[in-house]
Design a protein around this ligand. Structure first.
Ligand SMILES: Nc1nc2c(ncn2[C@@H]2O[C@H](COP(=O)(O)OP(=O)(O)OP(=O)(O)O)[C@@H](O)[C@H]2O)c(=O)[nH]1
Ligand SMILES: [Mg+2]
Length: 300
């Protein structure tokens, strides 16, 4: 590669739920493009994060964690989204955490490796691994499972040297001109991101209490005053009991979700926001293809 050459390519970040894929994406892009929570199955869509440097442009594809439980339509769609993101990319970063392999995880790896794309293994959360000598056997075991192009222990959360990691990735990226404008950092709209920032707060505040079958719909996205946005959103759930969990005693929970989400949106976009939230139930929405489509879970 000559000094003047430019690289351009796509890198999918895939792996099981909760490995830290979205955390890595945000770290590599330098701002939040994908929401994060300690709860598995936070990401539900394919989300692009674009990193433009002087001699390269890398397009990262964040994907939902791939898992085995495909009963509901929603779950199946989400798994399909992840698997479809493995084609036509230059590299897959397969992310696991330091706890290592188990049967379902090996099954996920086999599914991913069917696509014949080079796979780099990132072993994440090593900041939480007290006994670092456990890494060596894990690397050994991993190399027996698949011929990874590289195996890199990382901490997506505490990574100081992003450039070093990028240099490792660039080895697998072909030369080519940039495919996106330099200022573009994501393929997702502001409207999508505000709904995600509300969903993130429901995950963070309700944790495991939150029914998995909840989604956020933006019904008003008014930016006629560019410095003071008015946003209306509906949090959809499937049952009355779930509705009362989200609303909480005397509406306290919903109020807190609204306050925190408003602050997150204001910080993200540097504007002031009026945010109105409602909780509504519709039985079976997570199985209803039309509803899934209108909420953006069906890829055309
Ligand atoms: N200690 C530690 N925690 C991390 C690290 N990276 C991510 N986490 C935490 O792991 C949890 C899951 O992170 P996410 O980035 O949402 O994981 P994900 O793989 O995108 O999860 P899904 O979207 O559900 O598939 C969050 O609580 C993160 O803060 C890391 O390097 N170290
Ligand atoms: Mg995620």
């Amino acid at each position: 590669m000559t000094d003047s050459s430019h690289r351009f390519g796509f890198i999918t970040i895939a792996g099981p739920p909760n490995a830290g894929k979205s955390t890595l994406l945000n770290r590599l892009i330098g701002q939040k493009v994908s929401i994060i929570s300690r709860r598995p199955q936070t990401t539900r869509h394919r989300i692009l994060g674009i990193r433009t440097a002087e001699n390269s442009q890398l397009v990262f594809v964040d994907t939902p964690g791939i898992h085995d439980d495909g009963k509901k339509n929603l779950n199946r769609m989400i798994n399909r989204t992840a698997i479809n993101s493995l084609s036509d990319v230059d590299l897959v970063v397969f992310m696991i955490d330091y706890k290592g392999w188990n049967n379902p995880l090996e099954k996920v790896l086999r599914k991913v490796s069917e696509r014949n794309v080079p796979i780099l293994l990132a072993i994440n959360k090593i900041d939480s691994l007290k006994d670092k000598s456990r890494l060596l056997p894990l690397i050994q075991r991993s190399s027996e499972l698949h011929q990874f192009v590289d195996i890199v222990p990382i901490s997506a959360l505490k990574m100081a040297e992003v450039d070093e990691f990028i240099d490792v990735l660039l080895k697998y990226i072909p030369e080519g001109p940039p495919g996106f404008p330099a200022e573009q950092i994501s393929d997702r709209s502001d409207r999508f991101l505000v709904s995600e920032l509300v969903r993130e707060q429901t995950f963070l505040l309700l944790g495991n209490e939150l029914p998995y079958e909840s989604a956020v719909e933006v019904t008003q996205f008014n930016r006629s005053d560019p410095e003071f946005w008015t946003l209306d959103m509906i949090i959809w759930v499937e049952k009355a009991s779930q509705k009362s969990i989200v609303i909480g005693k005397g509406g306290q929970q919903l109020k807190l979700i609204g306050q925190r989400a408003r602050i997150a949106i204001e910080k993200q976009f540097g504007v002031r926001v009026r945010l109105n939230l409602w909780v509504k139930e519709r039985k079976g929405w997570a199985d209803n293809t039309n509803m899934l489509r209108s909420l953006g879970y069906v890829e055309d």
